[in-house]
Design a protein around this ligand. Structure first.
Ligand SMILES: Cc1ncc(COP(=O)(O)O)c(C=O)c1O
Length: 381
């Protein structure tokens, strides 16, 4: 490839931190580097209470378990997302109700969500797609009017804001991902956030196989035992050390990604005539300050998208489509959904194309990508 889709940022402190963690630290969870991570969040975002997990998936499962769903309880989830939230609901005995998205942001449509609320609805799990915020004031009002819980799937939205509020901290619970492909990564990793700190003790119990071991370690108990159903949702000290090195540089990482995002936007906006109505640009609502996780273009139809995708891949530019909406998947269809039940999700699935974006890209790389893109657009009849 001439331009890779993703390259991991390599902070200079990471090997030193890793060695320190291996030689000196307790290598399971909640050692030196976890404490340093907590200090980072406190200083940068004002978050004190969070639990580090092996993934966003684990954090979502933990949050959904705290909802205490009864069989048949429903949770509204956008269909244009990763399956983790829907899996978490099903694992806890609930029913995921798939919902359409807004065409501009690709985030859950609040009108569509409102129309899906029934007596059995217990919560909404919005995804902040591409690190761009849902309209959280409107979403929280809708949830409040119907006494629904809100779990923010902020897997893609670490260090993104809604107005001046960090995503993941606005709903009742939030989930972050530090997977290899995310802005801040440690291979596999995640975090669980909750607004009401009184849930934290129970969260710690669920995270530690349903035991009150955390209380025992804090010397509040003389021994620990099994309290409820749980799992092992803990991040290792080695991952915490890698993640800490990344997060120390979060402003550098965000600035570098912003430079790529802004360069694409500037070049493509100036070339709007050449895009000839075949491609339109992504739109960031005024209330959202993204973390520049994804830069995508909207193609006018699936034939255009596929021609651009195939052409650019042949040129050595690693472009990618994204989610197959849950309702279009084999499992979603087996649940009884058909493609046009959620037409906006279908349209986004068929027309969205992601361009490469990572910290190692230069302005010249952006020009190479956009030059090839324009060439491929001109070829389309
Ligand atoms: C919106 C969304 N939710 C959840 C996940 C799962 O994250 P993890 O791999 O950390 O479990 C992803 C991963 O790509 C995602 O994009």
């Amino acid at each position: 490839m001439i331009v890779n889709f993703y390259e991991r940022y390599q902070p200079k402190e990471q090997l030193g931190f890793m060695e320190d963690a291996l030689l000196a630290d307790f290598l399971s969870t909640d050692g030196k580097y976890t404490n340093l991570l907590k200090k980072h969040w406190k200083q940068s975002l004002g978050i004190e209470e969070l639990l580090f997990t092996p993934s966003a998936t684990a954090a979502l499962e933990l949050a959904v378990q705290l909802l205490a769903l009864a069989p048949g309880d429903e949770v509204i989830i956008p269909s244009y997302t990763f399956p983790s939230a829907a899996n978490a609901v099903m694992k806890c005995g609930g029913t995921p109700v798939l919902c359409d998205v807004d065409l501009m942001t690709k985030n859950i449509s609040l009108e569509a969500a409102a129309s899906k609320i029934t007596k059995r609805t217990k919560a909404i799990i919005p995804t902040h797609y591409a690190g761009i915020s849902c309209n959280m004031d409107q979403l929280m009002t809708l949830a409040g009017d119907h006494q629904l819980g809100v779990i923010e799937d902020a897997a893609q939205a670490v260090h993104s804001l809604y107005a001046d509020k960090p995503l993941g901290t606005i709903g009742d619970f939030g989930a972050y991902s530090f997977h290899h492909t995310k802005n801040f990564s440690c291979g596999e990793g995640g975090a669980f956030l909750c607004k009401d700190p009184s849930y934290m003790d129970q969260g710690e119990i669920i995270r530690d196989n349903g035991t009150n071991k955390a209380q025992f370690y804090k010397q509040k108990l003389s021994d620990y035992s099994w309290q409820c159903a749980g799992s092992n949702y803990m991040m290792s000290g080695a991952c915490a050390a890698l993640l800490y090195a990344q997060l120390l540089d979060y402003e550098v990482i965000t600035e570098k990604r912003k430079a790529v995002f802004d360069a694409y936007h500037e070049i493509l906006t100036a070339s709007a005539q050449q895009l000839e109505g075949k491609v339109s640009l992504m739109n960031v609502p005024g209330y959202s300050t993204p973390n520049y996780h994804i830069y995508y273009i909207n193609c006018n139809d699936s034939e255009t998208r596929d021609a651009l995708r195939n052409g650019l891949l042949a040129d050595g530019i690693d472009v990618r489509t994204h989610f197959i909406p849950l309702h279009l998947s084999d499992f979603g269809r087996a649940m009884g959904y058909s493609a046009m039940d959620l037409p906006n999700c279908f349209s986004v699935y068929a027309t969205l194309l992601r361009l490469p974006i990572h910290t190692e890209m230069t302005r010249t790389d952006c020009e190479i990508v956009t030059d090839f893109l324009m060439k491929r657009v001109r070829e389309i009849e």
